[in-house]
Design a protein around this ligand. Structure first.
Ligand code: NAP
Length: 262
């Protein structure tokens, strides 16, 4: 199915690895020109080089830096002639006990996982509405629906974004102008981040890493972790021309892990 995205421009934040890269790859496969971003220049350039090789007719640009910094946001926004698609993403906040978190820990989580996506959305949606096409996808977390105790910073900051987006997406000046805003909620995906979390838990429990991986996967009805390519494919679908009537939704991709009916 042609998703109707050829020639569009997308900014995919935090996209040198993992879920962000999966989204960038899937959009590139649909003929989308890309602005990629990450803090580490080497991995970002390697991802860009792979995408340029696979899609020689398309523009693949890079903006190095922490997307929560206003100067990096400005550079990322300026790197494309206009933005038709925005994929918001950043590293997740660290786990821990809320008794150990001070105001600065909360501010860092809010900055990366709530205020940065809101600032980027603010910068692009009115232009998208004026042009009659816009797609915003926020990568949040399954923890928005089923909070994970040790990820309190993530539960809180991402829920703030989710509540804000629920109101914004329903503004007729956006929804009525073919601008959609949706959240994609990953469960367990086989990325570097998940690998690090499991390595830490193997070390804590004294179990072998393989055993920890297997146990975790067995707890998911799909009996496996998701892949970045699967995640990217759903992101591209949300960005498609055909998805113009799908807005303000929270879409959980978790292999059936969330146990509720709704
Ligand atoms: P990952 O494999 O660690 O990849 C993270 C990517 O984001 C890298 O390209 C990293 O590059 C970049 N990045 C991180 N912080 C950044 C920042 N401040 N500015 C710019 N780029 C940044 O992580 P992932 O698994 O894809 O996770 C992506 C998001 O989904 C995270 O917020 C994570 O908490 C959330 N999530 C993931 C899962 C999962 O199972 N994987 C589940 C639930 C939620 P640099 O380090 O070079 O900047």
């Amino acid at each position: 199915m042609d998703l109707g995205l050829k020639g569009r421009w997308a900014l995919v934040c935090a996209s040198s690895k993992g879920l962000g890269r999966g989204c960038a790859e899937a959009l590139a496969a649909e003929g989308v020109n890309l602005v990629l971003n990450a803090r580490g220049a080497e991995a970002l350039e390697a991802t860009a080089a792979a995408l340029r090789q696979a899609h020689p007719g398309q523009e693949i640009r890079c903006v190095v830096g922490d997307i929560s910094l206003p100067a990096v946001q400005a550079a990322a926004l300026a790197a494309a002639p206009q933005l038709d698609i925005l994929v918001n993403n950043a590293g997740g906040p660290p786990p821990g006990d809320f008794r150990d978190w001070e105001r600065e820990h909360w501010l860092a989580a809010l900055e990366a996982n709530m205020l940065t996506p809101i600032a980027l959305i603010k910068a692009v949606v009115d232009g998208m509405a004026a042009r009659g096409f816009g797609r915003v996808v926020n990568i949040t977390s399954g923890a928005v629906k089923a909070p994970i105790d040790v990820l309190g910073l993530s539960n809180g900051a991402r829920s703030g974004l989710t509540g804000f987006v629920a109101g914004l997406a329903r503004q007729p000046r956006l929804a009525g102008a073919n601008v959609t805003i949706n959240n994609l909620l990953p469960g367990a995906f086989d990325t570097e981040r998940l690998g690090k979390t499991m390595a830490a838990s193997a070390e804590r429990s004294g179990q072998a890493l393989d055993q920890v991986r297997q146990q975790r996967a067995q707890g998911i009805p799909a009996r496996r972790f998701g892949t970045a390519a699967e995640f990217g494919a759903i992101c591209a679908m949300l960005c498609s021309a055909q998805a113009g009537y799908l807005t303000g939704q929270n879409i959980l991709l978790d292999g059936g892990a969330y146990p509720g009916t709704f």
